[in-house]
Design a protein around this ligand. Structure first.
Ligand code: SF4
Ligand code: SF4
Length: 289
């Protein structure tokens, strides 16, 4: 539970800073997840929101552009897609849906999904958000973003629209598609997946100590990134990994852990080889989905 607790503390701690700015006029972090002022000195801006605004023809000041570059560089070079698991408040909702889904067999339907959405669909939504921003002269995803809705709800209180949209996402993840919104639809998650290919902080897997329980693949929200499990020691190179650390939390053999990629081999993508001896474990993993 270590990383789960750390993530919740980070997500809720950030919300608390925004609440304290609103309620008690503290100046530590003021604004929202699209653009915030840190200690009233540095602007931190969401690079995807800034990209939409630029395409919409909205003029942005230098501080906002620098703020977006700082955030983009932090995730692209160091933390990877960790915005999704350590910052975004929607993650608390979708994690809850995934947790319930794993525990209620009726919702699993033996691993069968009611509908199947390709994980690449999110990249089409990302492209569409950018096109619509340019066409309508407004940041298209920001206008409907569940991330902003949930953030606003937690800081200022939920409105009817927030409850409807977030409720729909929760039910979609729970009843229709596992990890449905974050893993298949959200263009912000897709943006960070595309821009974090070379970041240093990654998950490393050790084949020798692994007892093939496959618990990591059961809890991973992007299990396709763990294709080396049961096969060979490797670093998770696929950028859809959110660095959530759930795989580390549940591994009984301590075969997974965070590492800093330093060697060229750590950047090389694992190529899957057929390994029939692990078929039963993989089938179990599929059924648990
Ligand atoms: S995919 Fe989108 S909604 Fe989900 S955690 Fe990432 S930014 Fe938030
Ligand atoms: S591989 Fe581990 S850290 Fe990455 S998304 Fe899956 S559970 Fe999270």
């Amino acid at each position: 539970m270590t990383f789960l607790l750390l993530r919740r503390a980070t997500q809720l701690g950030l919300i608390l800073l925004y609440v304290s700015a609103f309620s008690w006029n503290q100046q530590v972090l003021v604004g929202n997840l699209s653009a915030s002022s840190l200690f009233d000195k540095v602007i931190l801006a969401d690079p995807f929101a800034v990209l939409q605004m630029l395409l919409a023809g909205i003029e942005l000041d230098e501080r906002t552009l620098i703020g977006a570059t700082i955030i983009l560089a932090f995730y692209a070079l160091i933390a990877g897609r960790s915005f999704c698991s350590w910052v975004c408040p929607v993650n608390m909702l979708t994690d809850l849906a995934a947790w319930i889904k794993r525990r209620v067999p009726m919702l699993n339907k033996g691993g069968r999904q009611t509908v199947h959405i390709n994980r690449d669909f999110r990249f089409w939504v990302l492209g569409l958000s950018l096109i619509l921003s340019a066409v309508f002269g407004m940041a298209a995803f920001e206008a409907v973003s569940p991330v902003s809705l949930m953030h606003r709800g937690l800081v200022y209180g939920f409105g009817v629209m927030g409850i409807i949209v977030l409720g729909a996402i929760f039910l979609f993840d729970l009843l229709i598609q596992r990890n449905g919104f974050c893993g298949h639809i959200c263009p912000l998650g897709a943006f960070y997946t595309l821009t974090t290919r070379i970041n240093l902080v990654r998950i490393r897997y050790d084949r020798d100590s692994c007892s093939d329980c496959m618990d990591c693949k059961v809890v991973c929200p992007e299990r396709q990134v763990l294709d080396m499990i049961g096969h060979q020691s490797a670093v998770v190179t696929k950028s859809a990994c959110t660095n959530c650390g759930r795989c580390i939390d549940v591994c009984p053999d301590s075969s997974l852990g965070f590492v800093l990629r330093t060697k060229p081999a750590d950047f090389r993508r694992y190529k899957k080889e057929p390994n029939l001896t692990h078929e039963s474990n993989l089938r179990r993993n599929h059924e648990a989905a």
